[in-house]
Write a protein that binds this ligand. Structure first.
Ligand code: 2NL
Length: 334
């Protein structure tokens, strides 16, 4: 059954479908013919305006055309959409043979490396790590260490006070005091940590730096034990050509006290004979009294040094501020 007006619509639609390139073009054809304002829909809607004898003819031709075009569009849309999905999959396909994107690799900070190494050498000698607060009482930081009220170390020039009786610790010694107050001897600890001094930053000073102190308390501990231990540890960290020497010194919390000088081939290449590297001594009997250890029974030694100074020597770094600037060009070298 055919009708010229219907045939015209069908012919036009078929021609458009034949050249359509995409599912969106096909969708547009569907809307143009079969949509609410589509040409065929409008023809069906206007049947009532036709002469009565024409209505069945046009009506059945239009309904037949509608079914045909629906079928045609459905088939073409299905095929086109599938082709489009395939093309999209091809476009997105992962090439698993391409090299991956490498995330930038981090590394440990040089101070962390030196810290970890020192801790592991002492761990091998039976020392454990003790830690404590960076905000300290005047009592733990000074008083208990036999540093009297009028001692220059307490000067505002050196110490960052938070109140009359609290301060930023100037060394990690208060952690040893806390440890001895909390436990009975024997004691074998090292105390790494950040410390604070009122210093202006320059190539060798910074208001915050890091220390490792050590404390060994037992019966019949000698200066020989101290010297042997210090020498062993420095050789482990800085190489077997290391030599050390003890020079008499004064600390209020040790007696006798020594400064530890250090040398190796590197120091000699710098044109120097010895470098001061640490301080140490036998724990003062007054300190033992303060923490409740009987100084007639217990003996011990303690030492302290800066981690920055060791790291600077170890890696040939000439400015302490490089440790704190977090410049990746510096950090990447470790
Ligand atoms: C330095 C080297 C030192 C200690 C720290 C210490 C700790 C206690 C008792 C006795 Cl609880 N001594 N620590 C001893 C000698 C040296 O540090 O150059 N300090 C200014």
């Amino acid at each position: 059954m055919a009708h010229p007006r219907v045939d015209a619509i069908v012919e036009q639609a078929r021609a458009a479908v034949a050249v359509a390139q995409s599912s969106s073009e096909l969708e547009a054809i569907r809307v143009g013919v079969l949509g609410r304002q589509g040409s065929l829909t409008q023809l069906l809607r206007s049947l009532g305006t036709l002469p009565a004898e024409e209505r069945p003819l046009v009506g059945s031709a239009a309904n037949e055309a509608k079914r045909e075009l629906e079928g045609l569009l459905d088939a073409r849309l299905a095929a086109t959409a599938e082709a489009e999905r395939q093309a999209e999959r091809r476009r997105r396909r992962l090439d698993l043979t391409l090299p991956g994107r490498r995330p930038p690799k981090g590394s440990l900070h040089p101070l962390t490396r030196v810290h970890d190494e020192i801790v592991s050498v002492f761990a091998g000698l039976g020392f454990s790590v003790a830690e404590g607060p960076e905000i300290e009482s005047d009592y733990h930081n000074f008083e208990a260490l036999n540093i009297p009220r009028d001692h220059p170390a307490r000067d505002m020039q050196d110490t960052l006070y938070l109140s009359d009786s609290t301060l930023l610790r100037t060394h990690t010694s208060p952690v040893q005091i806390r440890t001895m107050l909390a436990q009975k001897p024997p004691v074998r600890i090292i105390v790494p940590g950040r410390v604070y001094r009122r210093d202006n930053a320059d190539a060798t000073h910074n208001p915050t730096f890091h220390q490792i102190e050590g404390l060994y308390v037992d019966q019949k501990v000698t200066v020989g034990d101290l010297k042997g231990t210090v020498e062993f540890v420095f050789r482990e960290i800085m190489g077997s050509d290391v030599q050390i020497r003890f020079r008499p010194h004064y600390f209020s919390y040790t007696e006798p006290s020594y400064e530890i000088d250090f040398t190796n081939s590197l120091v000699k290449k710098m044109g120097k004979d010895w470098l001061e590297i640490a301080g140490c001594g036998m724990v003062h009997p007054q300190v033992f009294e303060t923490v409740g250890y009987d100084p007639e029974v217990w003996t011990g030694w303690a030492f302290g040094f800066g981690i920055e100074r060791i790291a600077m020597l170890r890696y040939g770094i000439n400015d302490i501020r490089l440790f704190y600037e977090n410049d990746v060009r510096f950090l990447k070298q470790f």
